[in-house]
Design a protein around this ligand. Structure first.
Ligand code: GTP
Length: 340
């Protein structure tokens, strides 16, 4: 089965980390986010993935030198200009010649969803489109659905979607079930998307499918996180240390990192090539490959790709690859270098 994976966004919310590395290539537990996603799609029966890109594919070629990720074949569709989510799906599907039931996934979703179960629910319903749904406490920042005729299917509750509202005003949400960013489509969906221009799957295509009565959802209680914002990107990493994920886990410290025995690390991931000097305390933090934390520095709840010099204090901050927190400085609730 084919899958289109959307990876062409700008990743603005993860700046400055995304200034050097495209968001899907950022590591989650030492492995690029995109690689964990493709492996999961492979476990669910996907054999061919087309990456829908809006920019240069080089970092992806480097990650998948033989155009394979495990058993999954990887190809690329590079848009001449960003076509938005539906436009990108249409362009990628046309490029790859997709002409049967296929999967679509947002590149920054980390979940334990069994894609095979979503495909099965889609087939049972005879749907044109079936989307994965997750219940959340505050659905107002997401696409929210009203599900009818809910019945048990493949480890979740499946039903027809009667309403799809993208980012409803708080208090007006039809339910707490949100679009979780993994879809199964019939090729007929592609015919609803005009070629060669910007079209949004959430704002344009889903309302049309709801109107046609051919859009279904499968609500599950799987682990799910949209890793496209700093706190959730950090959580997606640290959750791999807890042992709660079904297929994914990681070591806290990469064998290629240098951590002084006099450093205290708690609930922290240290990537390849990172250096942590003696007397430091690092808590609830992801130190990305190449990150540096100097002697006696205190770092808490942060993402560090650049340098935190000796005796500095860093709390709830993002330090980009070019970022330097000077010796003895304090940085809290901020990004370094500062963002516009
Ligand atoms: P922000 O800039 O931080 O909002 O991130 P983003 O650009 O990735 O946006 P968002 O998370 O809303 O996008 C959802 C998914 O669609 C992500 O996987 C994006 O990579 C992808 N995406 C968004 N717009 C485009 C586009 O024009 N082309 C392609 N190929 N993918 C897109």
């Amino acid at each position: 089965m084919d899958a289109v994976v959307l990876v062409g966004g700008f990743g603005t919310r993860l700046r400055p980390l995304t200034e050097q590395i495209p968001k899907p290539m950022l590591p989650v537990g030492h492995v690029p986010m995109i690689e964990r996603l493709i492996r999961r799609l492979g476990r669910g029966g996907v054999t061919d993935v087309v990456l829908a890109l809006g920019f240069k594919p080089e970092p992806f070629h480097e990650a998948f030198p033989a155009d394979r990720c495990g058993d999954v074949r990887v190809t690329y569709a590079v848009e001449p200009e960003p076509l938005d989510t539906a436009g990108a799906i249409r362009f990628a599907a046309d490029t790859a010649g997709i002409d049967s039931t296929f999967v679509v996934a947002n590149g920054d979703v980390m979940t334990d969803l069994d894609v095979g179960a979503l495909v099965e629910a889609h087939r049972v319903a005879g749907a044109e489109a079936t989307i994965h749904l997750i219940g959340v406490e505050d659905p107002s920042a997401f696409g929210v659905v009203e599900l009818v005729d809910g019945s048990e299917s493949g480890g979740g509750r499946a039903g027809r979607i009667e309403r799809f509202v993208e980012k409803p005003a708080p208090g007006t949400e039809p339910s707490n079930l949100i679009n979780a960013g993994t879809y199964v489509f019939e090729p007929a969906v592609l015919e609803r998307i005009p070629a060669g221009r910007r079209v949004s799957i959430e704002r344009d295509t889903f309302p049309e499918l709801v109107e046609a009565g051919s859009m279904f959802g499968l609500a599950t209680v799987d682990y799910w996180i949209d890793a496209g914002v700093p706190d959730l990107y950090r959580a997606a990493n640290l959750d791999l240390l807890s042992g709660d994920r079904v297929h994914d886990s990681c070591e806290a410290i990469s064998p290629d990192a240098s951590v002084d025995p006099g450093a205290t690390l708690m609930n922290t991931i240290v990537g390849a090539g990172a250096v942590i000097e003696s007397g430091t305390t690092v808590v609830d933090t992801v130190v990305l490959p190449g990150g540096f934390i100097g002697a006696r520095a205190q770092v808490e709840s942060s993402l560090v790709m650049g340098r935190v010099e000796a005796d500095a204090t860093v709390i709830e901050a993002i330090i980009g690859a070019e970022g330097v927190v000077a010796e003895g400085d304090h940085v809290a609730f901020d990004t370094v270098p500062a963002q516009q």
